[in-house]
Design a protein around this ligand. Structure first.
Ligand SMILES: [Mn+2]
Length: 333
């Protein structure tokens, strides 16, 4: 971090700033120029809030040299992280597909879909029990009953389960869930992220609809700073000026993030476009660009689905998609 000063190094206020920074455990390299002076800060600058330094009236500007995320940063952890979700590995060359309905609607529905997606090669079962809906009048999910149904489907098929947690108050229901998903709308629910940092369960962290890569990585950092290193990032489309699709899938996220973080990066093409026709082409693009996995909504009767029917694939279409992406995978590996 470099601090450009309005004052010179002999100024009493500069000395105060230097001792404040030293107390934070940083090494200070001052440099006196003809027109201005700078302080080079060496050490763990991730713990410094840039705005607190800017609040000193002798400070002209502050420039970060190192990214503010440390645990998620590839510089300090060059090897890919492999997240193990109850035996299913994701990352570091391990590719996984999680599939299932948007919402858990009944035991018959979930078990039928779970068997179908397993037969097509899915590695994990997804399903929403607690649903963050834009309207309070939309179906809000089956809650803890929904989790019990997912666990039943796990018993029948052996597929580990992924489900979304919306609040810390729901933690007790997630004890047996294999991977906890944090949805786009909760990406910056810092109280929730801190609690998830205390667990040793894998966390699937979706990108907020208008979050930058750095904000997203800082949310991962919240979980990792608490000790939980099992984080998977999931791009699910961002909001842009385009109205033709629900969200714009940002596949750039995959190579961009893989350069900067060791965490696995997966793609959710279903929520991105909001239309089932887009799911296969977007999945192919995601696989070709090197995603570590896909999360896909599959419903046995999309016309009657209580949530996200238009973007859900029927099991036959999911099977076709799995065949198509396996062809691409043989080419890129
Ligand atoms: Mn959905």
């Amino acid at each position: 971090m470099i601090v450009k000063l309005k004052s010179d190094l002999k100024d009493i206020k500069t000395k105060e700033l230097i001792s404040w920074l030293k107390n934070k455990g940083l090494e200070i390299h001052p440099s006196e120029g003809k027109t201005y002076s700078v302080l080079g800060l060496v050490g763990d600058t991730a713990i410094i809030d840039i705005n607190t330094v800017k609040a000193f009236d002798i400070v002209d500007s502050v420039t970060r040299i190192q990214e503010p995320y440390k645990s998620a940063n590839r510089k300090f952890h060059p090897q890919d992280t492999v997240v193990n979700v109850s035996g299913v590995k994701i990352g570091g060359g391990n590719f996984a597909v999680m599939a299932g309905p948007c919402s858990v609607e009944s035991e018959e529905q979930v078990i039928e879909i779970a068997k179908a997606v397993k037969a097509s090669g899915a590695n994990l079962l997804r399903g929403g029990a607690f649903k963050p809906r834009t309207s309070p009048y939309s179906f809000q999910g089956m809650g803890d009953e929904g989790i019990k149904i997912l666990l039943k489907a796990k018993e029948v098929t052996g597929l580990p389960i992924v489900s979304e947690i919306m609040s810390v108050t729901q933690l007790e229901f997630f004890e047996d869930v294999d991977m906890l998903q944090v949805g786009a709308r909760n990406m910056q629910n810092f109280d929730l992220l801190k609690e998830l940092g205390k667990l040793d369960k894998p966390i699937l962290l979706k990108r907020g609809l208008a979050a930058t890569y750095e904000e997203w990585l800082m949310s991962a950092e919240y979980i990792m700073a608490g000790g939980n290193k099992n984080v998977i990032l999931c791009e699910r489309g961002i909001r842009t000026f385009e109205t033709g699709v629900r969200n714009v899938l940002d596949i750039t996220a995959v190579p961009y993030l893989k350069e900067r973080t060791h965490l696995p990066v997966i793609i959710d093409p279903s929520h991105a476009a909001g239309m089932w026709e887009m799911v296969e082409p977007l999945s192919k693009a995601a696989v070709a660009i090197g995603t570590d996995g896909l999360m896909i909504e599959v419903h046995n009767d999309p016309e009657k689905a209580l949530c996200d029917g238009p973007q859900s694939l029927k099991p036959e279409k999911f099977e076709k998609l799995m065949n198509e992406i396996s062809k691409i995978r043989t080419v890129i590996i």
